[in-house]
Design a protein around this ligand. Structure first.
Ligand SMILES: *Cc1c(COP(=O)(O)O)cnc(C)c1O
Length: 355
């Protein structure tokens, strides 16, 4: 830190992303990417992108991409905003709907970035403890007097709380916005997008990073009534009007046009997930009911951190969190069948060693 950094940022603890080793020698099951490539159409879009257009600014309103997304989700263009990764639109929502007089409310175990944004923006927040089985207690959020942020399915717990409970939360907080972060919804969760025109206080955030194999492109989106989307655009145009570059716009459009491809890819991930769960259970692991592309698992024979380290020694990266409530667990991304076999073999080898 230099002596020039504003004092209010001295104690900021930045978000720590999962490891992204650049040498690529690991079986990489630590950051919940899709293990399959982007669709042929997306690859084509990248290959055919006219580099010449890089001298022009992109459309700051992203009309074509928003139109495509809207049509594919059965909403209007004005119900959609696109962002540089869903992280950006989440940050816009914290900026727009929280302030020193309006706290943010979210689970104590969830996407770690929520707390970082609050600290950065000087927003007070209240964390609600999960139940012992790691589920979210909807009662904690009824009429809770702040802007609610819930990842559903939640991460790293993988559990989906269902639309009905979320609807109770939305209804009981008519004077506050409820933000549902659906980063993993395409792997078996229940989406709330269909509710955006029923409730003027619901914002639903999704991403191209997980189920659409585009983590490297940085594209996210949010759905809400026209007024909410207008608020977020107001903030975005005060901050980053050209947030989606020309190439990203083309890949986004191609991805939306590849819905069948991604549906198949997600189905494959879910089939592999079932196979991995079965084997992990046989090997003495317990885990939550996953509606995501990862498994949140704990071994009866070895601690979470030790398993993480021993897997890393064997070339397999998973995600371990040091929070005491979840330090016995690891978050394991569901990879290809081959990657899953490598993971299982490594775990078998480790368990033999420690037993
Ligand atoms: C991955 C993730 C995000 C952010 O993804 P982007 O790559 O920024 O779109 C947001 N929320 C949750 C819960 C996530 O797991």
């Amino acid at each position: 830190m230099s002596r020039f950094l504003d004092a209010r940022l001295n104690s900021l603890k930045p978000y720590v992303p999962g490891e992204q080793p650049q040498e690529r020698k690991y079986v990489k099951l630590n950051t919940n990417e899709l293990p399959y490539p982007a669709s042929p159409k997306v690859q084509q879009a990248v290959e055919q992108a006219q580099l010449a257009s890089l001298n022009r600014y992109p459309d700051p309103e992203c009309k074509v991409l928003r139109e495509k997304i809207a049509a594919s989700y059965g909403v209007e263009r004005d119900n959609v905003i696109v962002s540089n990764g869903s992280d950006e639109v989440l940050m816009l929502a914290f900026t727009a709907y929280c302030g020193k007089d309006r706290k943010a409310v979210f689970p104590n175990i969830s996407y770690g970035f929520y707390e970082v944004w609050c600290d950065l923006l000087g927003v007070p927040y209240e964390k609600k403890a999960l139940k012992a089985d790691f589920t979210i207690d909807e009662k904690d959020y009824l009429n809770c007097g702040g802007t609610v942020f819930i990842a559903n399915p939640n991460a790293p717990t993988a559990i989906d709380m269902g639309r009905e409970k979320i609807e109770q939360i939305i209804r009981s907080n008519p004077d506050n916005v409820v933000v549902i972060d659906e980063a993993y919804v395409d792997f078996g969760g229940e989406s709330c997008v269909s509710l955006i025109n029923k409730y003027d206080n619901l914002l639903v955030v999704q991403t191209f990073s997980k189920s659409r194999a585009m983590a490297g492109a940085r594209l996210g989106m949010a759905f809400g009534c026209k007024e909410l989307i207008g608020d977020l655009e107001r903030v975005r145009f005060s901050f980053h009007p050209y947030n989606i570059d020309n190439l990203n716009m083309l890949t986004g459009i191609a991805a939306i046009e590849s819905a069948d491809y991604y549906k198949d890819a997600c189905a494959k991930v879910m089939a592999t997930r079932a196979r991995l769960e079965k084997r992990l259970a046989e090997l003495g692991f317990t885990f939550t009911k996953s509606a995501t592309n990862f498994i949140f698992a704990k071994s009866k024979d070895i601690g979470g951190e030790m398993l993480y380290n021993k897997l890393k020694d064997r070339g397999v990266l998973v995600r371990h969190f040091t929070l005491p409530e979840i330090c016995d667990y690891n978050r394991i991304t569901v990879g290809t069948d081959e990657e899953t076999d490598a993971l299982i073999a490594a775990i078998e080898n480790i368990l033999e060693e420690v037993k």
